[in-house]
Design a protein around this ligand. Structure first.
Ligand code: G3D
Ligand code: MG
Length: 215
């Protein structure tokens, strides 16, 4: 039987205030959507444990900004050791799309892949959130050609339309991000100094969810 491998990945979730970052994380980790969630100032993180095939377990630590979005950037400490990121905008508020390039620049200037992986930009996906509101006449679907081009020019791995409310596409988007990190992991498996991607975090505040069962 193949040896079990476990990976812990820190993933940042950024984007302008009110775009749905916290709702996406809550939907993905706890499978709930609540419109009365009140955010606190600071940083929250949630852990999702994923059985990725028969011999790989991925522990995804999702970092959520709580309140500091209004400054438009985060400190280097927040970005430290992240291996992937999710940038969210709200399709009903075009100005939040303007924030997307700013957040991507913030990521690219403050964090890079581990030296052992050759450095370079961490994989980032783009989420066009709140698509459930299109049916109510708010916002519109993305133009795939335009958004493909935007992703290419700005170094995004891929874009996805999502709805935290309807639980649409969040799982798929996250799988895409994880598989790109795992690919890097495999490509660099022979490189030593892999301690770089091991996180040494205070786990006291972690909310842990094992695929449905609460612990
Ligand atoms: P943030 O963490 O990026 O600041 P939140 O954003 O997750 O707090 O969401 C901001 C508001 O948008 C919340 O509404 C939340 O319920 C709503 N929202 C988030 N995602 C979706 C979605 O996919 N569809 C719809 N319709 N609403 C969404 P309130 O009213 O609590 O401010
Ligand atoms: Mg929030």
């Amino acid at each position: 039987m193949a040896e079990m491998r476990e990976y812990l990945y820190k993933i940042l979730v950024v984007g302008d205030l009110g775009t749905g970052k916290t709702s996406i994380i809550r939907r993905y980790v706890h499978n709930i959507f609540s419109s009365n969630y009140k955010s606190t100032i600071g940083v929250d993180f949630a852990l999702k444990v994923i059985q990725w095939g028969p011999d790989i377990i991925v522990r995804l630590q999702l970092w959520d900004i709580a309140g500091q979005e209004r400054f438009g950037n985060m400190t280097r400490v927040y970005y430290k050791e992240a291996l992937g990121a999710i940038v969210v905008y709200d399709i009903t508020r075009p100005q939040t799309f303007e924030g997307v390039t700013k957040w991507k620049k913030d990521i690219d200037t403050k964090v890079a892949l581990p030296e052992a992986w050759g450095g370079g930009q961490i994989p980032v996906i783009l989420l066009a959130n709140k698509t459930d509101l299109i049916a109510d006449g708010h916002g519109q679907h993305a133009n795939p050609t335009e958004l493909d081009q935007f992703c290419k020019e700005n170094g995004f791995l891929q874009w996805f339309e999502t709805s935290a409310k309807d639980n649409n596409n969040i799982e798929e988007a996250t799988r895409h991000l994880i598989s790109s990190i795992l690919k890097l992991e495999e490509e660099n498996a022979d490189n030593v100094a892999n301690e770089d991607d091991t996180l040494h975090l205070n786990t006291n505040n972690q909310q842990q969810q094992h695929n449905g069962g609460c612990c």
